[in-house]
Ligand binder design. Sequence first.
Ligand code: F6R
Length: 243
Amino acid sequence: MQIKVTKGAAESATLAVDLVAGALRAKPDLNFGLATGATMVGVYLELVHRHQIGELSFAKTKAYLLDDYVGLDADDPRAFASVVEEKFCDLVDIRSESVVAPNSQATDLEAEANKYETLVCEAQIDFQLLGIGRNGHIGFNEPGTAFDSKTRLACLSLQTRQDNAGFFSSVDKVPKRAITQGIGTILRAKKIVLIANGAHKATAIRDAVCGFPSEASPASALQNHSDVTVIADREAASMLNSC
Ligand code: F6R
């Protein structure tokens, strides 16, 4: 694992996008794994900016979403597919048919999850962006998830629902389920870049980076991957000194 400590969220986004830019230069037809959440907002802003100044093109890129809530209307602006469309895909030159997401409206959600697993594995993600939950989740793989888990219908923990309540009118309105790539699915990506900002992520980052890999910390599974960069601002990295 490579650890890069930044001064704050803006520098974290710049660094993450520098890595995306390098990957795109090497492979313009990048299979790009996208995450959502507050951390990614700055990353998408920076990706769009670099596109607008002519530095980055996604014309040959295919994008795959990491996860999406179950239980929201398809056009709900809080659905991750809508967020990615609005904050990234609509603002760059990626072709709309090149953006792939699990269909969380499917009548048979288990079958849809299996289908998405096959699709993602066949594609082979070149570069996966990841955030991390306060409890160490990656995707919506909550503590206790097996490291070899596949894409599936998962339940969100109360902590995660509370942390996402700001996007909804109350915690009760936060969906209880999501389709998420499994930890095993995520680990198949060739390169993974995890970004964390803020003191509320410090414990999760400490456990992910220097804890003994354990299902109690889903992100600690990343220690088993050969090409992971963790970009953490000073606050998120503040407990790494004691490792
Ligand atoms: C989102 C996702 C989640 C978030 C995590 C951090 O697609 O899979 O794992 O990355 O919950 O969210 P923020 O950035 O809102 O703290």
